[in-house]
Design a protein around this ligand. Structure first.
Ligand code: NAD
Length: 321
């Protein structure tokens, strides 16, 4: 059995590895080769914590396991990350525990890989301006991953807490992109690709602000009641999701579907585009929207690669069962 620490994950998983793992498992999901089990998420009545697990099996990648963890709001005061998770991988042939893998860094990497897979497959080739809505922990990972997918010339950004924007500006500077904090209307008017990654419970981006041809990756909404964009924007877009069942229940599309503005049947799994079974974007004027809700199979996919590489490179601790 392997133990792969957070540090070991950082040493072996880069953006390219995360992208390949996530793209491949989205393809497997759309083919029916991989499926997620129902998600459990509970308020445990201690430390204000939300705890749960996401699990699944990828028959193509032979990844079986569970990500367990959640959100402990008091952690920051203790110098710890509020989101905490660990991934358990099992041998699909025997059920034996194969690896314990730190899940904090991998969660950020697989979430950023998800939106960047959507940009790679759905954004206009000539996209030049990247819009960021959100500037928290995940936003930095999102910005770095998104920036690699097109020849972006600049970044425009907005955040509910403006004091958090300079830190995101530093990330843009590190990757050589001019960065400007702007109002939301201007962000919508100028951006060719928009990534939303906030914990908002209201529309931050209205339909009328977003111009034809934009690709929007909604990444923050992963729970019932959360919301980042105008349901009219979702209804006006061609909508893709990591998993349609999650998109309509806990994802961004939950609101447009509940109001009847969007039919569940109109949402396409992005894996269908990856597999060549759906054309994806069909015109330069189309608004495409990716609802990235975050599925357990993404975690298992990157954790499997991390465990394999860490073992090969002597970064994993080997423990007898
Ligand atoms: P964070 O706490 O570091 O940052 C939160 C962000 O939300 C900041 O930009 C903050 O300014 C903004 N925000 C807070 N309250 C707001 C409000 N009322 N209105 C608008 N914006 C508000 O969190 P993070 O780790 O960066 O995560 C951001 C979001 O992404 C969370 O909602 C998290 O649950 C979600 N998430 C999704 C996935 C996925 O796979 N889809 C994975 C990880 C995290």
């Amino acid at each position: 059995m392997l133990i792969v620490s957070e540090e070991a994950c950082k040493a072996v998983i880069d953006r390219a590895a995360a992208f390949t793992a996530v793209e491949s498992v989205f393809g497997a999901m759309a083919r029916g080769d991989a499926y997620n089990f129902p998600v459990i998420r509970e308020a445990i009545g201690h430390a204000d914590a939300l705890y749960g697990f996401k699990s699944g099996f990828d028959r193509a990648g032979m990844a079986l396991g569970v990500k367990s963890g959640g959100y402990w709001p008091g952690n920051a005061a203790k110098g710890l990350t509020n989101h905490q998770s660990t991934i358990f991988l099992f041998d699909p042939d025997t059920g034996q525990l194969a690896a314990l893998v730190g899940g904090n860094y991998l969660t950020a990497m697989r979430t950023a890989a998800s939106s960047s897979v959507s940009i790679a497959h759905l954004a206009r080739r000539d996209a030049k301006v990247l819009g960021m809505v959100g500037a928290g922990h995940q936003a930095a990972f999102q910005l770095r991953a998104a920036a690699e997918q097109r020849d972006f010339e600049r970044v425009v950004a907005w955040n509910f807490h403006p004091d958090m924007l300079p830190a995101l500006g530093k990330v843009a500077e590190e990757i050589g992109l001019p960065f400007e904090a702007v109002e939301r209307e201007r962000l919508g008017a100028e951006a060719d690709v928009i990534v939303t990654i906030t914990s908002a419970h209201d529309s931050l981006l209205m339909r009328d602000w977003v111009t034809p041809g934009t690709h929007v990756a909604c990444m923050g909404t992963d729970t019932k009641g959360k919301q980042e964009v105008d349901p009219a924007l979702v209804a006006a877009a061609t909508v893709f999701a990591d998993e349609v069942a999650q998109s309509v229940s806990i994802g961004e599309a939950q609101h447009a579907v509940a109001s009847g503005a969007l039919a569940e049947s109109a949402i396409t799994p992005i894996g269908a585009v990856i597999n060549g079974d759906h054309p994806g974007r069909t015109s330069d004027d189309e608004i495409t929207l990716f609802d990235g809700t975050g599925v357990g199979l993404q975690d298992l996919a990157v954790a499997s690669v991390a465990a394999k590489l860490a073992e090969e490179r002597g970064e994993a601790q080997v423990v007898a069962l």
